[in-house]
Design a protein around this ligand. Structure first.
Ligand code: AOS
Ligand code: ZN
Ligand code: ZN
Ligand code: ZN
Length: 406
């Protein structure tokens, strides 16, 4: 079905000097990790709605994730959360993933749901609690070894609700202490990705509140420590693409947790609220990739793209399909930026010309391009339609309600 729309698109892009083969091969190489918790019941602080057909265990979460990959070709790996995805035999979980054409991706330690952690985990004043939390980090390194995972993603809820509640400096030292102990347990090919978040659940101060703090920790720890940018973790107005570009240049951008927000850490579907921001993030990434500098190309190639969302009222699998397609769409648009045109406008001091060269790429309809790519990959041209027409969503209803939640 190399349709008229694609022929027109091809003509239009070739006239601008775009190399469509290169663009297509980059699109085919895009990989977005989906999170196991995105397939379970999840919610806001008000309620977790119980949906029918939700996976009952980590094995079923992988089965759902396999559907997303089968239809989109975009999601060959799945992040897991420990202990939500605790199993006795991680080798077995890994084999199950492999039998589904998947890999286990990032391991996410959970240090925010036990009574002991009310006043902190690795930054708790009680050394016994800190030891327990650090032991969990070390356990997750072992799990990563068993699952063959490269990355361990770290998000800490640690912080305080009121001025004076804790010593900010003391907690800073305890954080580094715990991370350093974990760092020394990593295998040489492993990475720790340090996530930051401005607030919530701590509402006065969060121990790792922004990218600067995460970056500072990473610098102290060593090259295997990298910063994880969750797109929803910034205060309103933050220029996320600037942070992204800065971290790439420093060789410290480990990856993303994609989601979108209107107000705070809403964890809505990525690209649903501000697709232009997502496009501009990819524009910065591709600008680094196009620089010709090997260190930047390497930095870009090691970025882990991951979804981190909370599908509270949506159907889980279609929500995940929507999410990864939104990422693919903005990536495709960013691939249409003519970096030379932008650079020339910058040289001339042509403000409007430069802005136009970037924005114009965003305004192209990339649907024909994505259809062509999917066709070449033997995928359904419309993965969402294909899922809705498929019986999988019906078949999983036998699982009933009361599946895994977080
Ligand atoms: C929390 O706000 C962070 O985004 C975490 O990365 C993530 O949402 C959590 O680990 C899953 O609950
Ligand atoms: Zn996150
Ligand atoms: Zn978050
Ligand atoms: Zn979030």
């Amino acid at each position: 079905m190399t349709d008229k729309a694609y022929a027109l698109f091809e003509e239009q892009q070739q006239a601008r000097g775009m190399d469509l083969n290169k663009i297509k091969s980059r699109l085919k190489a895009l990989q977005i990790e989906t999170p196991s918790w995105g397939y379970g019941d999840s919610g806001t602080r008000f309620k977790v709605f119980q949906k029918e057909g939700v996976p009952r265990d980590p094995f079923e979460k992988l089965e759902d994730a396999a559907q997303v990959h089968r239809l989109t070709g975009l999601c060959p790996s799945v992040a897991i959360h420990i202990p939500w995805d605790h199993v006795d035999d991680y080798g077995k979980l890994r084999s199950h993933a492999e039998s589904l054409n998947l890999q286990i991706g990032a391991i996410n330690p959970n240090l925010f749901q036990q009574e002991d952690y009310m006043l902190g985990s690795v930054t708790h004043t009680d050394p016994a609690v800190r030891r327990k939390a650090t032991a969990h980090l070390l356990e997750c390194v072992d799990i990563a070894r068993a699952t063959g995972s490269r990355d361990i993603s770290l998000w800490f809820a640690d912080g305080t609700n009121y001025p004076g509640q804790g010593s900010i400096r003391q907690r800073k030292h305890w954080m580094l202490e715990a991370l350093a102990e974990m760092y020394s347990a990593l295998s040489p090919d492993m990475r720790m990705l340090i996530e930051y978040k401005a607030f919530e659940p701590a509402f006065y101060h969060t121990d790792i509140a922004d990218w600067g703090m995460a970056y500072n920790l990473a610098l102290k720890l060593g090259e295997q420590a990298q910063v994880l940018v969750d797109t929803g973790h910034h205060l309103p107005g933050a220029n996320v693409e600037h942070i992204v570009s800065y971290l790439i240049d420093e060789g410290r951008l480990g990856g993303f947790h994609f989601n979108s927000y209107k107000y705070a850490d809403d964890d809505l579907i990525v690209g649903a609220i501000n697709p232009y921001e997502l496009f501009l993030i990819f524009y910065q990434i591709l600008d680094a990739a196009e620089s010709g500098e090997q260190r930047l190309i390497d930095a870009v190639n090691s970025i882990a793209y991951m979804i981190d969302q909370s599908h509270n009222i949506e159907q889980k699998i279609p929500a995940m399909i929507r999410s990864v397609l939104n990422v693919q769409t903005q990536y495709a648009k960013a691939l249409l930026v003519d970096h030379r045109e932008v650079a020339e406008a910058q040289q001339r001091g042509d403000v409007l010309g430069a802005e136009d060269a970037v924005r114009r790429a965003f305004e192209f309809d990339v649907t024909p391009l994505l259809h062509a790519v999917r066709e070449e990959q033997g995928l359904p041209v419309d993965p969402m339609r294909a899922y809705l027409d498929d019986s999988y969503g019906q078949r999983i209803l036998v699982r009933g309600k009361g599946g895994a939640s977080w």
